[in-house]
Write a protein that binds this ligand. Structure first.
Ligand code: CO
Length: 185
């Protein structure tokens, strides 16, 4: 089932998400719906707050980017209650976008490599080192669980330049190919 994607301005995107209970009802169904919603919107990652649920979980699939970023080949994961336990000192500057901020693309510095612990949708525990653009996708989604969005990392000037776009997103007047929930609509 395709879910509505909550847009910038919605309070749920600004809350620190709650641990996902291990007995959360229909967890696998939620994960499947989040993947379906993400693919439908041509995204490579989607966090639970983006579908209005304040839960620490997200899905990612970077495979479509494998031509430019080989580390994304087959990189499909559902991460429940993830915790980033190491971040490299080395940082990389690359452009990002977000399904909750349609039409906005900005360059963001992120650590090049991370180590993360998480559970998959079967509640099996994993610890994994991730690098390159795959690490970037995971860090972008992880940030959603902290109540942050990627443009929180850009300069005030860059933010100012996006102000009218941001206002349109809040008002719900942005053109979007997928179903959204804006504050103003
Ligand atoms: Co995002």
């Amino acid at each position: 089932m395709i879910l509505s994607i909550y847009l910038y301005g919605q309070q749920v995107l600004r809350k620190e998400a709650e641990e996902t209970p291990e007995d959360y009802p229909q967890l696998k169904e939620l994960v499947a719906n989040m993947f379906e919603t993400m693919y439908h919107a041509d995204g490579v990652g989607l966090a639970a707050p983006q579908v209005g649920l304040s839960l620490r979980m997200f899905v990612v699939d970077g495979d479509v980017m494998a031509d430019d970023f080989p580390e994304c080949k087959g990189f499909k994961r559902a991460m429940i209650n993830p915790s980033i336990i190491e971040r490299s000192e080395e940082e990389i500057l690359l452009e990002e976008g977000c399904l909750s901020l349609p039409g906005i693309h900005e360059k963001v510095f992120r650590p090049a490599r991370i180590r993360i612990r998480y559970m998959d949708e079967n509640l099996a525990k994993h610890e994994e080192e991730i690098e390159g653009f795959a690490a970037r996708i995971v860090q972008h989604e992880y940030e959603h669980l902290e109540g942050r969005v990627f443009i929180d990392n850009i300069s005030g000037i860059r933010k100012q330049l996006n102000k009218s776009k941001l206002n349109n997103i809040i008002k719900g007047t942005t053109n979007c190919s997928y179903r959204t929930k804006a504050v103003g609509k």
